[in-house]
Ligand binder design. Structure first.
Ligand code: ZN
Length: 330
């Protein structure tokens, strides 16, 4: 992971060097510029550090340690046709969760920017969760809840605690979704949770937090990958076998190896599209976290390169139509 902004910019600059890392050979992708299909970004972060101070940012790489607000998002997406965005909670301290939710409701109702809905933070294992989420049950802009489960404070198995399961079942009764953002080695727990909550829609964040470094030949990365390919495939296949799950194609660029190109993301994206099918995949920018791997526009162009051989209908479904339908964005 780049240690500073200079390295980050170098990494971004390396994007032009296709195939600089060894990977399994694939057919070459079409390189022609594509028409600007409309995009719904289902994973947009914003943080104004004067308003919220997410604790995890203290240890984050410097590129993330500044405010990112709507005007920055508009600049980052200026050459990308984002027509709607769903704010994704930023793992604030629990005492700021209500404040964050109210702030993003206001944001979603205001104009002149693409943000029209939000997924808010929550602690489903708390006995106060029902009261917390019930206050937003009639707020149509709030589409769902996420708790980041890959942090140290979330031990393995947390999402299978009885209170947790009941809270996620409640989300389904209220017509809200749950974003699964967990360690890729624990995706089988996600399947167990989703099996117990058949009326709740689960959105698998970041392709199950797949690590592109796991897909390199001969372990060429200096960093140990987060998971093994076979286990990830098996568990994503298990999640896809449930009808109440969808997959968010997002996040993977932040973990891509230095000098990455579209080919390094393709095995992950192709597998997710195959398993979940064209109707159950959505796109997420994961900006500004994507800056750990590339600027927003580079992530989008790499994704478009990977999907360029698919029909325009399938491309539109992934980039736009599925999100409108599944999130009820109208
Ligand atoms: Zn994110």
């Amino acid at each position: 992971m780049p240690a500073n902004r200079r390295q980050f910019l170098q990494a971004a600059g390396n994007l032009a060097v296709a195939g600089s890392l060894p990977i399994v050979t694939r057919p070459s992708y079409a390189k022609e510029p594509q028409a600007l299909l409309p995009i719904v970004d289902t994973h947009q972060h914003l943080w104004d550090l004067n308003r919220f101070q997410p604790p995890w940012l203290k240890d984050a790489p410097p590129v993330l340690s500044k405010s990112y607000v709507t005007k920055d998002y508009l600049a980052a997406t200026a050459k990308v046709n984002v027509t709607k965005a769903v704010y994704m909670e930023i793992d604030v301290a629990p005492q700021q969760q209500v404040q964050e939710a109210k702030h993003v409701i206001d944001l979603s109702r205001s104009k002149d920017h693409p943000t029209t809905a939000a997924v808010i933070s929550g602690r489903p294992n708390s006995s106060e969760f029902a009261a917390y989420i019930n206050q937003f049950k009639d707020v149509t802009e709030i589409k769902g809840v996420r708790q980041v489960l890959h942090v140290d404070s979330a031990p393995r198995g947390l999402c299978l605690e009885p209170t947790y399961v009941q809270s996620i079942q409640l989300l389904g009764k209220l017509g809200k979704s749950f974003d699964l953002c967990m360690r890729p080695t624990e995706l089988s727990d996600g399947k167990k949770l989703a099996s117990q909550c058949p009326d709740t829609r689960f959105i698998i964040d970041h392709c199950g937090n797949a690590d592109p470094k796991a897909f390199l030949d001969n372990n060429q990365s200096s960093e140990e990958p987060w998971h093994q390919v076979d286990q990830w495939k098996r568990d994503m296949d298990g999640l896809a076998s449930l009808s109440n799950t969808i997959c968010k194609i997002s996040g993977i660029v932040a973990r891509a190896p230095k000098g990455w190109s579209a080919e390094h993301l393709a095995p992950i994206i192709d597998f997710c599209l195959l398993q979940f099918g064209p109707e159950r995949v959505v796109f997420g920018g994961d900006w500004p976290v994507c800056l750990l791997g590339a600027p927003y526009a580079n992530w989008v162009s790499a994704l478009k390169e990977v999907i360029s051989q698919r029909s325009e209908k399938e491309q539109r479904q992934l980039l736009h139509d599925n999100a409108v339908r599944l999130y009820g964005l109208g």
